[in-house]
Ligand binder design. Structure first.
Ligand code: GRF
Length: 208
């Protein structure tokens, strides 16, 4: 059990929201006792994740970048919501946007991301298609801390998944998704339990 009050987590998502839902359902079922999901932030209009979050009882806000003159202003608007909810940390869950200095500065080493490849291989969009096109036989998922570069920060956890010759982007996406969900919950349990320690780029796991 966590020593302190649960970590107040904001989840950022842009679309379908299966990772966000996996986190919320892990909280509901008691697998993440150290996490209190306080807000869902979505940067797109009519994204399915907005409704799904509300159905899960998590307040959801839509904040559109085009409503602000600059990326800094957009992120300052998000920050106001995060402060309002007293958020301690952020989990990016299919948030299709590079996080900028405003948010990174406000949450140093407190923003996590999930990516559907074994980083540093295949960063960016369509990681599954990139893996197939490259011809790798093994790919996977990575949970990492977020820095200013895309899919780049210190790696918390990776899980591997086979790639089969007959795979299409769709079949690989389908094989990876449940592994993403499992990895994210595992990483968040360790993070909220204070078990992750950064040493340069390396993330050291302390025992339970
Ligand atoms: C996932 O594959 C995630 O790793 C990537 O974008 C996808 C989002 O899916 N960053 P979902 O919205 O969580 O279902």
């Amino acid at each position: 059990m966590p020593e302190h009050r649960p970590l107040r987590l904001a989840v950022f998502a842009s679309g379908r929201g299966s990772n966000a839902m996996a986190i919320f359902s892990a909280v509901r079922s008691g697998r993440l006792p150290g996490i209190d999901p306080v807000l869902l932030v979505c940067d797109r209009e009519k994204a399915p994740v907005l409704e799904k979050a509300r159905e899960s009882g998590v307040p959801a806000v839509q904040i559109l970048p085009r409503s602000y003159p600059s990326k800094d202003d957009y992120e300052k608007a998000i920050l106001a919501h995060l402060h309002d909810k007293k958020a301690d940390a952020i989990a990016l869950a299919g948030y299709m946007r590079l996080v900028g200095p405003v948010l990174i500065g406000a949450f140093p080493d407190r923003i996590l991301n999930i990516h559907p490849s074994l980083l540093p291989a295949f960063p960016g969009l369509h990681a599954q298609r990139q893996a197939i096109d490259y011809g790798v036989r093994v790919t996977g998922v990575t949970v990492h801390f977020v820095d200013l570069l895309m899919d780049h920060g210190p790696i918390i956890l990776q899980k591997s998944v086979p790639v089969f010759p007959e795979d299409t982007e769709e079949t690989l996406v389908e094989r990876l998704l449940p592994v993403e969900h499992e990895a994210y919950v595992e990483a968040l349990a360790a993070f909220s339990g204070g078990r992750l320690q950064l040493s340069g780029r390396r993330v050291l796991w302390k025992a339970d």
